[in-house]
Write a protein that binds this ligand. Structure first.
Ligand SMILES: Cc1cc2nc3c(=O)[nH]c(=O)nc-3n(C[C@H](O)[C@H](O)[C@H](O)COP(=O)(O)O)c2cc1C
Length: 202
């Protein structure tokens, strides 16, 4: 298996989403020992905010690209190449203000590209990123999988929708949650890792 790991937390190795992502990777390597992992750290090497020049580069035929537009398109070309060559994607997702980090949103903006990763047909939208599986490692200070804050979660639902839009329907989400809540935070990580291990054991 070729595995793409997207790291998105600025907290480095102490990051909860990173630690949960590692637990997923450990299990994937157990299941597919010959896998190759390619890591893209979006927190350390941010993609630029998607802007007019990037969008123009998408809409311009390759033969007409100026060097400025070629450079602008390169972020998207590289990110899409990596994605297309991958079987499994593990995404670390720290929750910021109820949603995903802007570094991950920037990656999505460069990857969701009409005519390349999705297209409009007479029958609606067709996702063009086929045969991939995504694992989400979501970390949050509060609890969103159940209870009164459930509706405030714009991480998992958004990622499932946008990944599905480009063709990736097979999305498994794991959560480490309540990491800011006394009485819960102490056991949040071991509990989350246990959930991952158990899920791969079946
Ligand atoms: C800027 C910022 C915004 C945050 N917003 C939320 C939030 O909306 N809801 C929540 O439950 N936790 C929130 N948190 C807490 C983080 O989700 C939590 O610390 C998580 O562990 C961060 O992921 P990481 O450990 O992988 O860096 C926020 C933290 C930061 C730094």
């Amino acid at each position: 298996m070729k595995i793409l790991r997207l790291e998105t937390s600025f907290n480095g190795k102490s990051s909860k989403s990173y630690q949960l992502g590692n637990a997923i990777l450990k299990n994937l390597l157990k299941k597919y020992p010959d896998s190759k992992i390619h890591t893209r750290n979006l927190a350390q090497n941010e993609l630029p905010h998607f802007n007019e020049i990037h969008f123009t580069s998408f809409a311009t035929p390759v033969e007409n690209l100026s060097s400025e537009l070629k450079n602008a398109a390169q972020y998207s070309n590289d990110a899409i190449d990596e994605l297309m060559q991958t079987d499994i994607i593990v995404i670390d997702v720290p929750m910021y203000n109820f949603t995903i980090p802007s570094s991950l949103k920037a990656w999505i903006d460069h990857v969701a590209r009409s005519g390349v990763t999705f297209r409009y047909t007479q029958n609606g939208v067709e996702g063009l990123v086929k045969n991939k599986k995504v694992y989400l490692a979501i970390a949050s200070g509060g609890i969103y999988s159940e209870g009164p804050m459930k509706d405030y979660d714009f991480t998992e639902k958004y990622l499932r929708n946008i990944l599905g839009f480009i063709g990736i329907q097979d999305v498994v989400a794991f959560r480490v949650e309540g990491v800011a809540i006394p009485g819960i935070k102490e056991t949040a990580m071991p509990k989350a890792i246990q959930t991952v291990d158990e899920s791969f054991a079946y």
